[in-house]
Design a protein around this ligand. Structure first.
Ligand SMILES: [Zn+2]
Length: 436
């Protein structure tokens, strides 16, 4: 560990003040001791990557200019050497070489963050994997903001945030790419073993999620029927097969009929109006999928009840509408609470809000309200931790839904929701208002 150097003593007073107060170093607790080793791992990881890249350069230098075949052979040889020396697989050695080459040459800023233990090796790995996929002319737009994200977020949130960032940068060309990709939609049967096979539908993700969501909802309803012994996977497969073969599924309990898929589409309202404004606005986003072409978003917002439409203000990103005029708890509130968070509000958790329970931070039994200020989605696991351990979990007042988790050792972690919602005054139903 680096200790801070003593500051210079420009006024020549000899630092008498410092001598009088005896410095008592803080006693590290068990978590501090773990964090200390995690810091060392980051520092060492960066150094290892630097040395690996130096080794690669040394080996490749003599064959530079002799063609790609010679360089390829040299790199294979280095990979083998590294794998044998470190006693890891050649695949793992190849990944290390790739990471080292990328970080030293293309993303020195990220390597720097790793050296300073401001990110973990996993962050660096995700960064290289995702940003290397971006076309080189767009990369510059991603690197700095991506680095800031890596230093601020836990691994899961960082991966999502970086994906969003890349999608945003690339969305300028999304429309054309999507139009070309849609041409390739198809249905394929792949034969498998033991008389089984796979039916593969290659199509737009929005529709595929709707199909999967509807099959799951129906399967869950069917599974609750008395005497039902099939697993959820099995029922889901049966439901889809029944619907496609006969147009209906047999033995459907009343609860499973009438289920229609819901897909949440978030659209900056200006982008629905005209193309010029659309070009400047954020892309339309589908929950769990990411940006979709604006032309597609316009179709989805054209009045089809299958889609929950969320319109946002182009500048404030405030919600203008969740597809109804007034705020009516609890169903609408649940929807809004989940939509705002997008995911479980546990630190670093990635479970989609649709699979979460809505938690009252101050328990209902203790007088907690059912309100945006007191509700957030938590996955089963985090809900259990919150209710049964010494973690303290509460929403930060006025933060628009940020939740603080205070650990049994007193550490504080803040989880921010994905989106902002308008503020509703309590009281009569007609007092709902948008904040602009
Ligand atoms: Zn969770």
């Amino acid at each position: 560990m680096n200790l801070p150097a003593s500051p210079p003593d420009p006024d020549g007073s000899g630092g008498a003040d410092r001598d009088e107060e005896e410095f008592v170093p803080p006693v590290p607790d068990a978590v501090d001791l773990v964090l200390e080793t995690a810091t060392m791992l980051s520092v060492f990881a960066a150094e290892r990557l630097r040395r690996i890249e130096a080794m690669r350069r040394d080996e490749v230098a003599p064959v530079l200019g002799r063609g790609s075949g010679a360089i390829d052979m040299a790199e294979r040889s280095i990979r083998l050497e590294l794998a044998a020396a470190m006693r890891i697989t050649e695949y793992a050695a190849g990944r290390l070489l790739l990471q080292a080459e990328a970080l030293v040459n293309r993303y020195p800023r990220i390597l720097d963050s790793l050296s300073g233990a401001r990110i973990t090796e996993k962050h660096a790995e995700i960064f290289v994997d995702l940003v290397d996929q971006v076309s080189p002319e767009l990369r510059a737009e991603v690197v700095d903001r991506g680095a800031a994200l890596a230093e601020a977020e836990s691994v899961g949130a960082f991966r999502r945030g970086l994906r969003d960032l890349i999608a945003r940068v690339e969305s300028k060309t999304l429309e054309e790419r999507h139009a070309a990709a849609v041409e390739g939609r198809r249905l394929v049967v792949e034969p498998g073993a033991d008389g089984m096979g796979l039916l593969l539908l290659h199509g737009p993700q929005v529709e595929l999620h709707a199909i999967y969501g509807r099959a799951t909802a129906m399967a869950k309803a069917i599974r609750r029927a008395p005497g039902e012994t099939r697993t959820l996977d099995q029922i889901r497969a049966d439901v889809v097969a029944d619907l496609l073969i006969d147009g209906t599924t047999a033995h459907m309990p009343a609860a499973a009929s009438g289920i229609r898929a819901t897909v949440v589409v978030t659209v900056p309202v200006l982008s629905l109006l005209e193309d010029e404004a659309a070009a400047a606005a954020d892309p339309a986003v589908v929950e769990g999928i990411g940006p979709i072409p604006l032309s597609r978003a316009r179709q989805l917002c054209g009045g089809n009840a299958k889609w929950m439409r969320v319109l946002t203000h182009p500048e404030t990103a405030m919600v203008l509408s969740v597809g109804r005029d007034r705020y009516e708890p609890p169903a609408a509130l649940q929807k809004l609470v989940k939509w705002r968070a997008d995911r479980c509000m546990g630190p670093g958790c990635g479970v989609p809000a649709s699979r979460c329970e809505v938690d009252h931070q101050i328990r209902w039994a203790d007088g907690g309200e059912t309100s945006l200020e007191n509700n957030c989605p938590l996955c089963k696991g985090h809900h259990l931790v919150k209710d049964n351990t010494e973690w303290i979990v509460r929403q930060i007042p006025g933060s628009g839904g940020a939740v603080e988790w205070i650990s049994p050792t007193g550490r504080r972690y803040v989880v921010r929701p994905e989106r902002k919602v308008p503020v509703f005054r309590s009281g009569g139903a007609d007092t709902s208002r948008a904040p602009f």
